[in-house]
Design a protein around this ligand. Structure first.
Ligand code: GLU
Length: 416
């Protein structure tokens, strides 16, 4: 059967509920997104030819607050993926205990094939199409794979033009000049760095050896912060073109500079650094492996062979359900996506709160608050794993599920 991340989500959810003794009727609603919208997006391209793109916005749950989650531009976007990503947002926000539900959007497009003006047209048309669903109190998009601050600025502007006044709180991850928060661009990578720090402390790893799959916003910033702030060795990193490896640690400053120029790692060269494939990267002997690319990378065959002691999931859904079982039997601990990559949405929450109050924070304060939230969530999940004697993924699901079912109980079902 084809890989279906939403069914995977449901499977893990059932398992978590069974372990925690949560009855089906208390969480059944979480297997059904509240709203799913599919939109068609006509765009006249630069050559005058019309192309119609397919887009989605899924609101998985608003039990704990407005829906929250990014918008993905990728050629493989499909409804099951968007549903899974939306559900993971619900759980992510519950784990870090911020007052949001979960949502996600996507457009089936390879953004690298469009010019800037085509991307702007596509984004504004998408914003118009999902307009009835979004708003600072309803559903707040943010960047994800293939989108960035500029995408959010266009969304914010389109929404504001329709409203007749500036509404910065409708999206997060904007540029600073239009209401973005200091520290938001680095937030997901910073969250990963904080988890890497906590993991190294917990297992006494010392100067850990780290391998990172992915060199986009999350992969590259995680690499830089882990190297600069923690002094760990980044022994491998990859992008779509493949990876580079150096057993005693890459020169991360040099690699970061190289990546800034948007060149591919297949063309990178430095003394002692050798080229490896993306699969080889996942198998590298290291203390911490950080998958920071797309879903379904650590599959069963990879899990059998991978050489890491600990996995910290920066991407959403990088490990398949089958692979999880294998990793468990091999004693490889997985710090799951919905905990590990929550730094982004936490600072999105700070951005939104700043927008609603028209009051802006210093970067130090943003980073300090982020640290506090991630340290607390890490502690909650580790404690839960001990209590139930389960994997960290199940513990993360249980932690979130308890908060969600409690909210559901208190709110009740309308109408009764
Ligand atoms: N796309 C990011 C994620 O998957 C950020 C979402 C947000 O900030 O709302 O967590």
């Amino acid at each position: 059967m084809a890989y279906n991340p939403f069914l995977n989500f449901c499977k893990v959810l059932d398992e978590a509920a069974a372990v925690a003794g949560i009855p089906k009727e208390d969480y059944e609603v979480l297997k059904h997104p509240e709203r799913e919208l599919k939109v068609a997006l006509p765009v006249v391209k630069d050559d005058g030819i019309l192309e119609v793109f397919e887009g989605y916005r899924v609101q998985h749950s608003s039990l704990r607050g407005p829906c929250k989650g990014g918008i993905r531009y990728h050629q493989d976007v499909n409804i099951d993926e968007v549903k899974a990503l939306a559900a993971w947002m619900t759980f992510k926000c519950a784990i870090v205990n911020i007052p949001y539900g979960g949502g996600k959007g996507g457009v089936k497009v390879d953004p690298h094939t469009l010019s800037k003006s085509e991307l702007e047209k596509l984004t504004r048309r998408y914003a118009a199409a999902i307009l009835p669903l979004i708003g600072p109190q309803k559903d707040i998009p943010a960047p994800d794979v293939g989108t960035n601050a500029q995408t959010m600025d266009w969304l914010m502007d389109t929404y504001s033009m329709m409203a007749g006044h500036a509404v910065p709180g409708v999206v997060t991850g904007k540029d600073i000049e239009v209401g973005g928060s200091l520290g938001r661009t680095e937030a997901t990578g910073r969250g990963i760095m904080i988890i890497a720090r906590l993991v190294a402390e917990k297992y006494g790893l010392g100067r850990a050896k780290v391998a990172i799959q992915g060199a986009g916003n999350v992969g590259s910033i995680s690499a830089r912060l882990i190297y600069e702030d923690l002094g760990f060795d980044i022994i491998a990193i990859s992008d779509v073109s493949g990876g580079i490896y150096k057993a005693d640690g890459l020169d991360v400053k040099d690699v970061s500079e190289y990546l800034k120029s948007k060149r591919l790692l297949k063309d990178y060269s430095a003394p002692g650094a050798r080229h490896i494939t993306n699969e080889e990267l996942l198998l590298v002997d290291c203390d911490i492996l950080i998958p920071a690319a797309l879903e379904n990378q650590i599959t069963a065959p990879i899990a059998e062979k991978l050489g890491a002691k600990i996995i910290v999931e920066a991407a959403n859904g990088p490990t398949s359900v089958e692979a999880d079982e294998i990793l468990k039997s091999r004693g490889i601990e997985v710090y799951p996506d919905i905990l590990a990559n929550a730094g982004g949405v936490v600072v999105s929450y700070f951005e939104w709160a700043q927008n609603l109050q028209s009051l802006y924070w210093e970067e130090d304060d943003v980073n300090r608050m982020l640290d506090k939230v991630i340290v607390r969530a890490f502690g909650d999940v580790v404690k839960c794993a001990g209590e139930y004697n389960v994997t960290l993924r199940l513990a993360a699901y249980i932690t979130a599920l308890k908060r969600l079912t409690e909210a559901a109980k208190l709110r009740g079902i309308f109408p009764r």
